[in-house]
Design a binder for this molecule. Structure first.
Ligand code: AMP
Length: 515
């Protein structure tokens, strides 16, 4: 029978879980016996063609940082990001594809996997979601869907712990932050809303410690500690160790070695907490925004669930306790619950879409679980209605699908052509809440060709839908001619790959020697 798996493709670590025979998720350790694998890639120089993924890649990084990639998740969907190695320009999808290939390879030692769900931060936009799915395809996986990380974590908590009521998931990982509010009633989960920041996480805390190192060094030697990329790689790794130690102890002592000599430093937890204060405050602001969106107050929240390695920092737990008046829940392993929940989500998705692939035992194990997710952003289009006061056209973003609408959802709006003989329409798809087009994200723009010789004011119906797998579909329909334009997020825009590019890259990754 097919092994059903969930993958947490994290900024700093990734994990893979599969469903056992009775529908319970369990972590599959990598071939080094570790339950999580660093999301790091290193292209060997000596052994040409060998690509190291995981802990070995982290260890090799200091040898030659130019041949290493870490924190690739921050660049998913960015068409300008490329890593040039031995004449090949690696895209974020390909680098992530290598990480996924390693996870797949290691898991296949026990049982081959094919159908997977990959998790993404709740606030990831369409380009980033599509890039994540493409990465899975490049690794030879059948990505049956994607799930938002806090939703996956909530699924795991709800099915294994006794959690009920209105719950807030505080997910602070290696590179991203999400806050999600949801209602749990037994094994029934209803997502209410999510907020987040895709550039706020453990990596940023590490940078603050590197800054403390640099300050101390300058003070002692009036010189720079970090002179090149090798130094940076070394001190970033050491900063992460210091940060983790400060979660257990009040201070850490270290000797820093630079070109101008060494210096002994002591970094206290107090100093560190002060340095990261603006970042913690930002997470609190996002909690407030989420509470407002959920029309809730602090007192409506019955439980706070912690997800992500950075929630191990005592300052996070203490601040949440001060805010909500009770201890946040740290009952399960914060590094693992997303992949465990993603495996449950994979089981639920296959049960719905392709039940033949699910064994009886798994189907029975999951039969009580119900999940209702919501659309994470507002989606609209750019139009030019007539302003009543001036009588002139004004450019506006018109929202078609509202944020936080339960999935699946669909909405249609009608717009009109502006001029006589108009043969083209710019079909723009936007993401964001603002009426002003400058304050929303244009996620796709295509030209819709219309028939010639027609008067103005021809109706164009724009239909957007959002499916339960967190993917959006758009259609523009010209009522008069019946012509349609389907906008797929797979054209070479926003860093996304065309089907031909995916095929070519999948072959390259399939034959790559990943260890
Ligand atoms: P995740 O993406 O959930 O795997 O979280 C990884 C992040 O958690 C990395 O930035 C780690 O440095 C951070 N992390 C893990 N353990 C600790 C700890 N004990 N204290 C502070 N940060 C931690």
């Amino acid at each position: 029978m097919n092994t059903i798996a969930g993958i947490d493709l994290g900024t700093t670590f990734s994990a893979l879980a599969r469903l056992n025979g009775i529908g319970r998720p369990e972590i599959v350790p990598n071939c080094e016996g570790e339950r999580i694998t660093p999301s790091a890639v290193y292209f060997e120089e000596e052994e040409a063609g060998t690509i190291r993924v995981g802990l070995e890649a982290v260890n090799c990084r200091q040898l030659n940082p130019e041949r290493a990639v870490r924190w690739i998740k921050r660049y998913m969907g960015d068409q300008n990001w490329k890593k040039s190695i031995d004449g090949h320009e690696w895209t974020p999808q390909e680098i992530s594809g290598l990480i996924l290939k390693k996870l797949k390879q290691d898991c296949s030692i026990e049982s081959p996997i094919h159908d997977v769900i990959i998790s993404v931060p709740a606030h990831f936009d369409e380009a980033r979601r599509k890039a994540t799915m493409d990465a899975g395809t490049l690794a030879g996986l059948n990505v049956v869907g994607i799930v938002n990380e806090p939703v996956a974590a909530a699924l795991y908590y709800a099915t294994t712990q006794n959690v009920n009521g209105r719950v807030l998931v505080y997910d602070l990982g290696g590179g991203t932050f999400d806050v999600t509010i949801l209602d749990i009633d037994g094994q029934e989960i209803n997502i209410v809303c999510s907020q987040g920041d895709h550039a706020l996480g453990g990596v940023d805390f590490d940078k603050k410690i590197v800054e403390l190192f640099q300050e101390a060094y300058r003070k002692e030697h009036n010189a720079e500690l970090i002179q090149n990329e090798q130094d940076r790689a070394k001190y970033e790794d050491e900063a992460e160790d210091v940060k983790k130690t400060l979660s257990r102890r009040n201070s850490v002592r270290k000797i820093l070695y630079g070109a101008a000599g060494s210096v002994k430093v002591e970094i206290t937890r107090e100093q560190y907490v002060q340095a990261i204060e603006p970042l913690i405050a930002r997470t609190e602001i996002l909690i407030e925004v989420a509470l407002e969106e959920a029309k809730s107050t602090v007192s409506d929240i019955q439980k706070v669930l912690l997800v992500g390695g950075s929630t191990r920092m005592p300052v996070v737990q203490q601040r949440l306790k001060e805010k909500f008046g009770f201890e946040p829940e740290i009952a399960v392993n914060v590094d693992e619950c997303v992949s465990l929940g993603a495996a449950i989500h994979a089981g639920l998705t296959l049960l719905r879409d392709n039940p033949k692939k699910v064994s009886k035992g798994i189907a029975t194990g999951l039969k009580e679980v119900r999940l209702r997710d919501v659309c994470n952003h507002s989606y609209g289009t750019i139009c030019a209605p007539i302003d009543e006061e001036t009588g002139r056209h004004v450019i506006r973003n018109s929202i078609i699908l509202q944020k936080n609408t339960p999935l699946p959802c669909e909405a249609t709006q009608t717009f009109y052509t502006m001029s006589e003989g108009q043969t083209e329409l710019q079909a723009a798809i936007t993401q964001g809440e603002d009426e002003d087009p400058d304050f929303v994200n244009k996620i796709a723009t295509e030209i819709f060709t219309l028939p010639p010789d027609r008067p103005a004011n021809q109706p164009i119906h724009v239909r957007y839908s959002y499916d339960v797998n967190q993917r959006m579909h758009c259609q523009f329909l010209d009522e008069g001619s019946g012509r349609t334009l389907e906008v797929e997020f797979c054209v070479g825009e926003n860093g996304q790959m065309t089907p031909a590019e995916i095929k070519q890259a999948a072959e390259a990754i399939g034959s790559a020697n990943v260890e």
